[in-house]
Design a protein. Structure first.
Length: 295
């Protein structure tokens, strides 16, 4: 049997009428996805759904997740949450914390950008979700590619180019909390450059979000820090580009079809979203809304 079942195949597999099947889909109770106008059902997810007892009336009475997007902060995401009128709030605590909250049912979605100490980062987000306990029914949706680098004072007075020059000049570098995507990236960049953390002047306390880091640079408390180009642009600061990263949204498959997430994803297709991404700088939204992983 195929890994992805059609509506007819799923109804037969579950021994349900197609009408009942559509009722379950409409209620967000059944793991499924829509591709080119057709509903498809991952057989592995259906098996887990059956094993968890979700076919019983009690199992269908799932506690609703709070309408919150946890995880990482991003200026374009903040703008989109507001402009889409999706009703989803933002709780910016870092990528890893967002994933943990999602697994515990404390948020409806998590925004993540994860990095490895070695190897390619392109699949870091999807690999983490695929392996995360409690997220067997998750879907990863592409939000954007975004440019990450060093946020510096206007004109880059210290002439910073990379992590090696940050270490050489003893530039004071702002930090983000442990588990935040930017902090994971900082650690990875140090490792890839063959440098140890004790070779850098690390500023404390840590900065909760990218805009907080930008304020630390603007006020002179730090000379630089890792953040996106859009954060530097909005703050009127300089920027030293280092790499492009994937910034994705993760949520339960059953929550994907709720009105809030659907309003958010609908907005990703609008010209206003693409125009805003261009204006904020440092974004590639050509894949926005694409399903990157279906657990």
């Amino acid at each position: 049997m195929a890994d992805l079942l059609t509506t007819e195949e799923t109804a037969e597999y579950l021994r349900l009428s197609e009408r009942k099947l559509y009722d379950l889909v409409a209620g967000g109770a059944l793991p499924c996805t829509k591709v080119t106008g057709r509903w498809l059902f991952p057989k592995a997810a259906l098996d887990r759904w059956l094993a968890s007892g979700l076919v019983t009336p009690a199992g269908l009475s799932l506690a609703p997740r709070p309408p919150i997007v946890g995880g990482s902060q991003d200026p374009l995401l903040d703008w989109t949450l507001k402009e889409s009128a999706c009703g989803l709030a933002s709780l910016s605590e870092g990528s890893e914390t967002g994933l943990r909250r999602l697994a515990r049912g404390e948020v409806m979605a998590a925004a993540i950008h994860l990095h490895r100490l070695e190897g390619e980062d392109d699949s870091a987000n999807t690999d983490a979700v695929a392996q995360a306990p409690g997220l067997h029914d998750a879907v990863v949706i592409a939000f954007c590619l975004r440019e990450q680098g060093l946020v510096v004072a206007p004109g880059n007075p210290l002439g910073l180019r990379d992590m090696a020059t940050v270490a050489e000049t003893r530039a004071r570098i702002a930090q983000r909390p442990q588990g935040a995507g930017a902090q994971l990236l900082l650690t990875a960049l140090m490792a890839r450059a063959g440098l140890q953390a004790d070779g850098f002047v690390l500023v404390k306390p840590v900065c909760p979000t990218g805009p907080d880091l930008a304020q630390a640079v603007r006020s002179g408390k730090a000379d630089c820090g890792i953040a996106s180009r859009s954060v530097a642009h909005v703050a009127g600061l300089g920027f030293v580009p280092l790499l492009w990263e994937r910034f994705d949204l993760v949520l339960r498959q059953r929550d994907y079809f709720l009105p809030g997430p659907q309003a958010l994803f609908e907005h990703l297709r609008k010209p206003a979203f693409h125009s805003q991404a261009t204006e904020m700088q440092g974004y590639d939204v050509s894949e926005a809304g694409k399903v990157r992983l279906l657990n």
